[in-house]
Design a protein. Structure first.
Length: 148
């Protein structure tokens, strides 16, 4: 087991991927597949705009020490003005700000979210000396584990 911490340090940025997604593609899968093809394990989403036809997301509903996560899925036409997140070991953890004609959604983006017309996502590679994992210490308490 490595060091458990609430932060880690990268040595800088490497390559920058500019990813363009098409109708029906799934956001997480698109990012992870493209990063794998490029040989990149770790990165940060620095920009993301899109339209979605299906959005899966969750957000907390209360301020309890063990908060209740509400998981939702909506179909329709959603304009996305922000996708942000961290990719560690090829696994994307994304957040989103999107809206349809009457509802704004600002939440954790879940898998199987589908692109409507287009997505343009920019990922900057994080240069790391050691493997970093996101781990759950307790409910509602995530940390990083850095290998020794």
């Amino acid at each position: 087991m490595g060091k458990i911490t609430n932060y880690f340090t990268a040595n800088g940025f490497g390559r920058v991927l500019v990813i363009r997604g098409r109708r029906g593609e799934k956001v997480h899968e698109l990012i992870e597949k493209t990063m794998k093809e490029a040989g990149i394990l770790n990165g940060v989403v620095v920009s993301g705009v899109a339209t979605f036809q299906k959005i899966n997301y969750h957000h907390v509903r209360d301020a309890a020490s063990d908060p209740f996560d509400e998981i939702r899925s909506n179909d329709g036409a959603f304009e996305v003005n922000a996708i942000q997140g961290l990719i560690l070991n090829g696994e994307a953890h994304l957040h989103v700000a999107a809206q349809d004609h009457c509802t704004a959604i600002i939440a954790h983006l879940e898998r199987d979210t589908e692109i409507l017309y287009v997505a343009e996502i920019v990922v900057a590679e994080l240069l790391l000396d050691k493997k970093v994992e996101r781990i759950k210490i307790a409910e509602g308490n995530n940390q990083f584990e850095i290998e020794d």
